[in-house]
Design a protein around this ligand. Structure first.
Ligand code: NAP
Length: 335
């Protein structure tokens, strides 16, 4: 994971290479601050690094600049500054998290904002809750922009991306989280119940992904995380609409991952099992007990546990080589 809960996230660019450096203090790049970072970019000579680490860096440098070092900074002795030339501190990553006024989306927005990022908090109806999420992000040291909008509607999606671009000039991370359920057995399901769920849970992901990739492909950089569901993998009684949409998200994820890999855009899906939120609070006691019996870990997951996985896929340098995957986070329900 990038950094620690108490550290803020900083992105440094050196000789056209970008690395994420966690620092709880200032923008000064000192050995002490680098001790928090799992991966670092050091603009100093290979020999100096070899001596400090006690072995030769395995990556070749160009023009005396050591690029990615997959080493733990704890291997470096402390005190004198490592930076021998100025480095440029680029802006913190800009994230859009759809449906982040409540539940899992809120936890994701707080995780990305808490890492020092700029986060667009989207809601459909819960304006007050969205404002509170934004305030919490600011309190954690991030920046936030609140933007209402129905993610199943093309015009609202366009307006949302315009708001992020007007304020921050770019979009680095998209988390397609907004989702609804309208459960009933197939034999009773009205066309509208089918359509509403497909429109937000699948078409909304398509619309936001298309808008995000337009920005990301020009930068040749971006990360997209789609919140699917284990139900999209297994199917579920009473959720034909929801399961179809969530399975569709997995197919969409794989296709977009293939289409945009050459542009350095990763696209992954997360398939949560039962997570404590307003969505699962609708379930009655009997259903809940039946569900718990199917979860080897014997409990519902927490929104912050899903958020931790999103944060890894969205921010961690190690996740740069992961694309087109679906990660179950379900207490062992599906294995
Ligand atoms: P939740 O507590 O019901 O929250 C849903 C969020 O989506 C809210 O912020 C809501 O905003 C927003 N939203 C609803 N309709 C929207 C629309 N048309 N446009 C934009 N935003 C909209 O749900 P959750 O449990 O956190 O679920 C989040 C995601 O995880 C969903 O995609 C869901 O399918 C998926 N998931 C959840 C579970 C689970 O067990 N909870 C399991 C698997 C997958 P407002 O408050 O403004 O309505």
């Amino acid at each position: 994971m990038a950094g620690t809960a108490s550290s803020s996230l900083r992105v440094w660019t050196v000789a056209s290479t970008t690395a994420v450096v966690a620092s709880s203090t200032s923008s000064a790049c000192t050995r002490a601050s680098l001790q928090l970072s799992p991966r670092i970019v050091l603009p100093c000579s290979r020999r100096a690094v070899s001596l400090a680490l006690g072995f030769k860096p395995c990556l070749k440098s160009s023009a005396g600049v050591v690029r990615w070092l997959g080493v733990r900074a704890q291997g470096l002795a402390a005190t004198e500054p490592l930076v021998s030339e100025p480095v440029k501190l680029v802006d913190a990553p800009v994230s859009i998290v759809t449906g982040s006024s409540r539940g899992i989306g809120k936890a994701i927005a707080l995780a990305l904002g808490g890492a020092g990022g700029k986060v667009l908090v989207n809601y459909a109806r819960s304006a007050k809750e969205a404002e509170e999420v934004a305030q919490q992000i600011e309190d954690l040291g991030g920046s936030a922009l609140v933007c209402g909008g129905d993610m199943s509607k093309e015009a609202d999606v366009e307006a949302l991306f315009k708001a992020a671009l007007d304020k921050w000039g770019t979009v680095d991370i998209l988390v397609n989280n907004a989702g609804i359920t309208k459960d009933t057995l197939l034999m009773r399901m009205k066309k509208q119940q089918w359509q509403d769920v497909i429109d937000l849970n699948l078409t909304g992901v398509f619309l936001c992904t298309q808008a995000a990739t337009k920005v990301m492909m020009k930068k040749r950089k971006g990360r997209i995380v789609n919140i699917s569901s284990v139900v999209g993998v297994t199917g579920n009684i009473g959720q034909a609409n929801y399961a179809a949409a969530k399975a569709g998200v997995i197919g969409l994820t794989k296709s977009v991952a293939r289409e945009y890999a050459s542009r350095n855009i990763t696209v992954n899906a997360i398939a949560p099992g039962f997570i404590t939120s307003d969505m699962t609070a609708k379930l009655n006691e009997e259903t809940e007990q039946a569900i718990l019996k199917t979860i080897p870990l014997g409990r519902y997951g927490l929104p912050k546990e899903v958020a931790g996985l999103v944060k890894f896929l969205a921010l961690d340098p190690a996740a740069a080589y992961i694309t087109g995957q679906t990660f179950n986070i379900d207490g062992g329900m599906v294995m």
